[in-house]
Design a protein around this ligand. Structure first.
Ligand code: 5GP
Ligand code: MN
Length: 316
C-alpha cells in the first residue's frame, strides 16, 4: 500500500534527491514520454543527476519531444543506484519492464492518473481525474513555483494532447484546457505538436490497409474489433491509432484491437463510450481508464480474442 503524497510533498521528495531515475511505461506514448522528459529537463536544470529509462522501442512519431536523446534502454544484468526511482504514467510495477531489476533505489515514487493504479509504490501521487500525467505535471510545477521553458511546456502539452485525443475525449475537463492554455502561454506551438504526432510511416499505413479487412462486429454491432495476426505483425509499424477506426463506427460501444506480438502473446487495446473497459483489462492483469484500457493475454490471438469477448459480454 502506498503513502499518498500532496503535490508539495511530491516536489519536496524530488528536490531532496540527488541521483534520480525517471522511467516510462512500456509501449510508451506521448503522455509517459512527455511527462518524463519535461520533469527530467527541470531536474537537470537543478543540477540533479538524472537518468531516463524506457524499456521499449519508441515510435518515430514521438522523436520530436524535446530531450528524447536522454532516453536510455536499460541493459539486463546491469545495476544503477538511485536515491529515488520515479515511475511515470504506469499503474502497476510490471509496466516498466526490466527497469525494476536494474535500478537499486532507496525510494520509489509513482506519479500516475490511472483509476486502476494498484498502489505498488511506497510513495504515490495519483489524480484519476487528470486527463494525462502531463496535466499533473503542470499542477506540480505550478504548486512548486517551478518555471516552464518552451521545451518543458512542449513536453507537457504533448502529454496532455496525447491522452485526451487533442481535447476530444471525455476525460477533457475545463482544467485540462486551462492547463493547456497555460502551456501555450509558455510558447508552445500546438500545430507543430499535432502535426508531429500525426506523421505515419509508409509501413504503418500499409499495415493498416491489411488490417482493416479483419474488421468484425459482435453483439448487434456494439462491439467492433480489428485483429493483427502474427504473420501481419510488424514491430516497426505504429499501430497505436488503429483502434480509432472501429471506435468511430456508428453504434459501436466498445472498439478493440487484438495484436499477436508473438505466436502465444496477444496485446489488447480497448476503447469504449459507455462500458468500463478498465475492469475487463484488470481481469486479464492489465489496466487503464474507464474508456481506454489494455492488457496482454498469454494465448494465441484467436484464443485470446474468445477469452476477452466472453469477459466483455458479461459487462455489456
Ligand atoms: P493502449 O490501448 O493505448 O495501449 O492503452 C490504453 C490505456 O490503458 C493507457 O492508459 C495504458 O497505459 C493502459 N494500459 C494498456 N495496456 C496496459 C497493461 O497491460 N497494463 C496496465 N496496467 N495498463 C495498460
Ligand atoms: Mn497517461
Amino acid at each position: 500500500m502506498s503513502k499518498e503524497l500532496s503535490l508539495q510533498e511530491t516536489g519536496a521528495l524530488l528536490l531532496a534527491a540527488e541521483k534520480i531515475v525517471l522511467c516510462t511505461h512500456v509501449s510508451p506514448d506521448g503522455d509517459t514520454l512527455g511527462s518524463t522528459l519535461g520533469l527530467a529537463r527541470f531536474l537537470l536544470q537543478q543540477g540533479k543527476q538524472v537518468t531516463v529509462f524506457c524499456d521499449d522501442k519508441i515510435n518515430d512519431s514521438l522523436g520530436f519531444i524535446p530531450g528524447m536523446e536522454l532516453v536510455q534502454r536499460p541493459v539486463a544484468g546491469t545495476k544503477l543506484a538511485a536515491d529515488v526511482l520515479v515511475v511515470i504514467d504506469a499503474s502497476s510495477f510490471d509496466r516498466i519492464g526490466i527497469v525494476a531489476d536494474v535500478v537499486e533505489y532507496k525510494e520509489l515514487l509513482n506519479i500516475d492518473h490511472h483509476i486502476s493504479n494498484d498502489r505498488f509504490a511506497e510513495y504515490l501521487y495519483l489524480d484519476p481525474k487528470a486527463a494525462a500525467v502531463g496535466e499533473v505535471m503542470v499542477d506540480l510545477f505550478q504548486a512548486m513555483g517551478w518555471s516552464m521553458d518552451k521545451e518543458t511546456a512542449t513536453c507537457f502539452f504533448t502529454a496532455i494532447n496525447t491522452d485526451c485525443g487533442s481535447f476530444r475525449f471525455a476525460n477533457t475537463t475545463p482544467k485540462t484546457m486551462r492547463k493547456a492554455a497555460d502551456l501555450l502561454e509558455c510558447g508552445v506551438e500546438p500545430n507543430f505538436i499535432s502535426e508531429s504526432l500525426e506523421v505515419r510511416s509508409r509501413k504503418t499505413v500499409e499495415l493498416l490497409g491489411k488490417v482493416l479487412p479483419s474488421l468484425t462486429f459482435e453483439a448487434e454491432g456494439r462491439i467492433a474489433y480489428l485483429t493483427i495476426t502474427n504473420d501481419l505483425y510488424d514491430a516497426d509499424a505504429n499501430t497505436d491509432s488503429f483502434v480509432s477506426y472501429p471506435r468511430s463506427i456508428e453504434g459501436v460501444d466498445v472498439a478493440i484491437m487484438f495484436k499477436a506480438v508473438e505466436p502465444a502473446v496477444t496485446r489488447v487495446s480497448m476503447r469504449s463510450s459507455k462500458v468500463d473497459v478498465s475492469q475487463v483489462a484488470v481481469h486479464f492483469g492489465g489496466g487503464g481508464h474507464i474508456r481506454a484500457a489494455g492488457c496482454t493475454i498469454y494465448a494465441p490471438v484467436e484464443e485470446a480474442r474468445e477469452q476477452l469477448l466472453a469477459e466483455l459480454r458479461k459487462q455489456l
